[in-house]
Write a protein that binds this ligand. Structure first.
Ligand code: AMP
Ligand code: ZN
Length: 470
């Protein structure tokens, strides 16, 4: 398997630190609002990476954080007159709902910054001890970038260039810095903000330290893959490397993976630009599987422009796959052919195998989901043209299981859950009423049971029967 490593800027063969295991950390969202579909891109992409490793037989320890202490969360909490944790807990719950809708597997661990303060204090203390960090007069602790010779190795920036670029910039409140490149590890509280005790001041952590600490706690000092959107390369991931490698004295992540931006009108979708759609908004118009399929139709490192046309194309593409699988499911019930594959079917089965190999070759080549999706479409075409009532059950099942498996690796659900329409439910309720009138209570109960299996709750009231979805 080859992975494009931002660190070396080339594709490298994946060799795990421990055979058969993958330790993977993905930077998660800051939880102060519903996630937008730009935030959903790394979730979908790296969930697919995880699923593919699992398909290949690896055991994946997948950690993804929630940043739950941040200016934006605090501001929103002040606006609403509640504690910051009320805001973050609310949007963590909402984010998990969106992830479920996108069929993103829950991480092995979803740590939260505010629950990891102890580890942060310990790492900051260690960095000060080693001379990699210093305390300014106001109690702010800064990382001393000049102490880490390799600073800039991920973003391929040169420290001197960085310095000259920033020489003129003076950020208010950061006058205590030795060097403009230095960054905050711990900062004093401001009025009304959440804070924690520390040896330096009552305050709160900087953003970068949380990921170094959570990766260390849940995965260890050295990890296989660290991932996130490309906007995180600098300064966030550069700073994580500096903190972790100085504190632990070991190389941090072996492979750094970054997804390209989800754009709208060729501009990065972001909350600050206001050019975003939330996952929740999209879910009102589309099955979220369409969004997932849309994201995977491009290579994860390429920019991807969001448009209604491309979403329609994805919807049609997904439908084509689902129709083929639906037809195979029907054939499984009705297939009349010989129990085992005929010679012609065996030849077709060999072609199926070749397409599976094509799919795997695409995924092995830096997770080229775009080419992997093409292989699935070829499989669908082969299925449509070769499977019919005269096929053997063995051939039909092989086709169906193969398409389902390859889709499942991408988190694409091929089975369409039939959501009962209001009119269907009302017709069933009417039939139950009629059965009751005719004193056919057995039938009435049977219908009630069916409705209950469909998640419909009935309530007999004076005004008649009311219903709701569970
Ligand atoms: P944030 O909440 O802004 O820290 O972002 C959470 C994750 O979403 C990070 O990995 C970001 O890089 C990623 N992200 C944010 N906006 C976009 C976008 N428009 N396209 C792709 N990834 C994004
Ligand atoms: Zn991070």
């Amino acid at each position: 398997m080859k992975i494009f490593n931002t660190l070396s800027r080339r594709k490298e063969e994946f060799v795990p630190l421990e055979p058969g295991k993958v330790k993977m950390y993905v930077c998660g969202p800051t939880v102060y609002n519903y996630i937008h579909i730009g935030n959903a891109r790394p979730m979908i992409v790296f969930d697919t990476v995880r699923r593919y490793f699992e398909y290949k037989g690896y055991e994946v320890n997948f950690v993804s954080n929630f940043t739950d202490v941040d200016d934006k969360i605090i501001n929103k909490a002040l606006e609403e007159g509640v504690n910051a944790s009320v805001i973050s807990e609310r949007f963590i719950a909402e984010c998990k709902k969106d992830m479920a809708g996108l069929n993103v597997k829950p991480a092995t661990t979803h740590p939260q910054a505010t629950k990891e303060i102890e580890g942060m204090l310990a790492m900051i203390h260690m960095l000060i001890e080693k001379g990699n960090a210093y305390v300014a007069e106001d109690g702010t602790v800064y990382f001393r970038t000049a102490s880490f010779k390799e600073y800039g190795k991920l973003s391929h920036k040169n420290l001197d260039e960085l310095q000259s670029g920033f020489r003129e910039i003076k950020v208010t409140g950061e006058e205590g810095k030795e060097d403009p490149n230095d960054f905050v590890l711990w900062k004093p509280k401001k009025e009304g903000e959440p804070y924690w005790e520390s040896p330096w001041c009552e305050g709160r952590p900087g953003w970068h330290i949380e990921c170094s600490v959570m990766a260390k706690r849940y995965l260890g000092d050295e990890i296989d893959i660290h991932a996130g959107g490309e906007d995180l390369i600098f300064p966030h991931h550069e700073n994580e490397i500096a903190q972790s490698e100085c504190a632990n004295g070991k190389p941090f992540a072996k492979y750094w993976m970054h997804n390209g931006f989800l754009n709208i009108d060729n501009k990065k979708m972001s909350k600050s630009l206001g050019n975003f759609f939330t996952v929740r908004e999209i879910s009102e118009k589309y099955d979220l599987q369409v969004l997932r399929f849309f994201m995977l139709s491009a290579h994860y490192r390429s920019p991807l422009n969001f448009s209604a046309e491309l979403m329609e194309a994805s919807k049609n593409g997904l439908e084509r796959i689902r129709t083929a699988v639906g037809k195979l499911a029907e054939l499984q019930q009705r297939a009349q052919g010989a129990a085992s594959m005929t010679a012609a079917e065996q030849e077709n089965a060999a072609a199926v195998k070749d397409l599976v190999a094509k799919y795997e070759a695409a995924m092995d080549d830096d997770f080229n989901t775009a080419d992997a999706v093409s292989a699935i479409f070829e499989l669908v075409k082969l299925s449509n043209s070769t499977a019919d009532e005269s096929s053997s059950p063995a051939y039909v099942s092989y086709l169906k299981e193969t398409i389902e498996k390859l889709c499942d690796v991408m988190g694409i659900v091929t089975e369409v859950k039939h959501e009962a329409l209001d009119s269907e439910i009302e017709a069933m309720i009417q039939a139950r009423q009629e059965a009751r009138k005719a004193k056919n209570y057995a039938l009435a109960d049977e219908i009630r049971g069916k409705l209950s299996d469909m998640g419909i709750i009935l309530e007999d009231t004076r005004e008649g029967v009311k219903w709701k979805r569970a």
